[in-house]
Design a protein around this ligand. Structure first.
Ligand code: ADP
Ligand code: MG
Length: 376
């Protein structure tokens, strides 16, 4: 099994969000808007709802917030639940409806409730660029694992399902390890499931490295001033046979009452000139590297699926100096050239006027959005 989805590879059906409907989502009581393919610039002052809009689009794509918060926080204050509806046009048309409240969750596509996440996955693929990306470099291994998992879920059929199986086995196993008297047969059963799914995860993560690493390096050089050498290394916690390593951890896991080895402890090492980017690089290098990781994600999705993902760019352009901007812009142009869709937020003060002329401008204000005509 390769890393690509057989069905989509080679075909180039760019996918667009053509219609978005929000109800009680963040500061949007109600919103209904149509988008064409191409480049959308969302302008507005602070705290008007620009990021919230990108968050809603990302939610349709991944069913989670890129701000790392749960659904309760996305429900508009004083409301009971949020609704996000979208029409997505690619090779086929998908009508997605997502409702969430504390007591009820509903997700449907084309009128049919979604039963398995893996069936829904791939309806819309998005890459977000945001200030939180810096945590990919500075943050914990969990954040890098999430990046790895998202990328693999977006490109490898079956990965998400394996990940869910692994997580389930891990949860059951940890619950068992916490019991005062545990059933050894049950433990052996969960261990078997854990090892099978875990080995598959590690195999996929290892196979991704040679495909993604060169893209990160290229992206990094496009935006970095110096020709630093960049290295991406998959750093599995388990070295060797998972089955053997798990068995050898027996005493430790019983003392700690939790599974102490496995791909849920994996990491990615990011090295600049042979030294840990987290510990030895400058703030500027960290930002550049974080941006390069996301650019590589977008390039990889384009390569695998033959069409660019939706690009959601939040407050990033304003922070880039002219050099890095010049390295970043071609990505947007390529996405647009391939018929993709780009959503970018800026405050009115810092939007780069050298961007491009061929864009749709929107004004975001107090949970409303309206199109601004080109000359006003
Ligand atoms: N759950 C919520 N209910 C109502 N308003 C919210 C909620 N979450 C955030 N907001 C409001 O949304 C606004 C921030 O929106 P945001 O999209 O982050 O702004 P920006 O335009 O600066 O990106 C703030 O006014 C904040 O109070
Ligand atoms: Mg914002």
């Amino acid at each position: 099994m390769g890393l690509s989805t057989g069905a989509a590879e080679g075909q180039s059906h760019s996918v667009h969000l053509v219609h978005l409907r929000l109800r009680d989502f963040r500061n949007y009581p109600r919103l209904e808007v149509e988008f064409l393919p191409g480049f959308h610039l969302l302008l507005g002052g602070n705290a008007q709802g620009k990021t919230n809009l990108l968050e809603a689009i990302y939610l349709i794509a991944t069913l989670r917030s890129f701000r790392g918060v749960g659904s309760a926080q996305m429900v508009r204050q004083e409301a009971k639940g949020y609704f996000v509806g979208a029409t997505i046009v690619g090779a086929t048309t998908s009508e997605v409806k997502l409702y969430w409240s504390a007591s009820e969750r509903r997700l449907s596509r084309n009128g049919t409730p979604v039963k398995r996440l893996a069936d829904y996955w791939g309806t819309l693929r998005a890459v977000v660029f945001c200030t939180e990306d810096l945590a990919l470099i500075k943050g914990t291994a969990r954040i890098r694992r999430r990046f790895l998992d998202l990328l693999l879920a977006q490109t490898s059929p079956g990965y998400l399902e394996t990940l869910l199986r692994y997580t389930q086995a891990l949860r059951s196993r940890n619950a068992l390890l916490k019991q005062p008297r545990m059933d050894e047969d049950q433990l052996a059963g969960f261990s078997q499931q854990l090892v099978e799914a875990g080995q598959e995860l590690m195999r996929e993560r290892r196979a991704l490295a040679p495909r993604i690493a060169p893209k990160v390096q290229v992206a990094f050089h496009r935006i970095a001033e110096q020709r630093d050498e960049l290295h991406w290394e998959y750093d599995p916690q388990v070295d060797g046979d998972f089955h053997v390593v798990l068995a050898a951890s027996r005493a430790r896991e019983r003392a700690l009452r939790t599974t102490v080895v496995g791909p849920h402890r994996d990491d990615i090492q990011l090295l600049i000139n042979g030294r840990s980017a987290a510990h030895y690089s400058s703030e500027g290098q960290k930002r550049t590297l974080a941006l390069a990781l996301k650019m590589a994600q977008a390039e990889h999705l384009t390569e695998v699926h033959g069409a660019p993902p939706l690009l959601l760019i939040d407050d990033v352009m304003g922070e880039l100096d002219a050099n890095r901007r010049a390295g970043f812009l071609p990505l947007l142009d390529r996405a647009r050239g391939a018929g993709g869709q780009v959503f970018m937020t800026c405050t009115e003060e810092n939007w780069p006027r050298d961007l491009t002329s061929d864009l749709t401008r929107w004004k975001v204000q107090e949970g409303q959005i309206r199109r601004i005509n080109p000359d006003g």
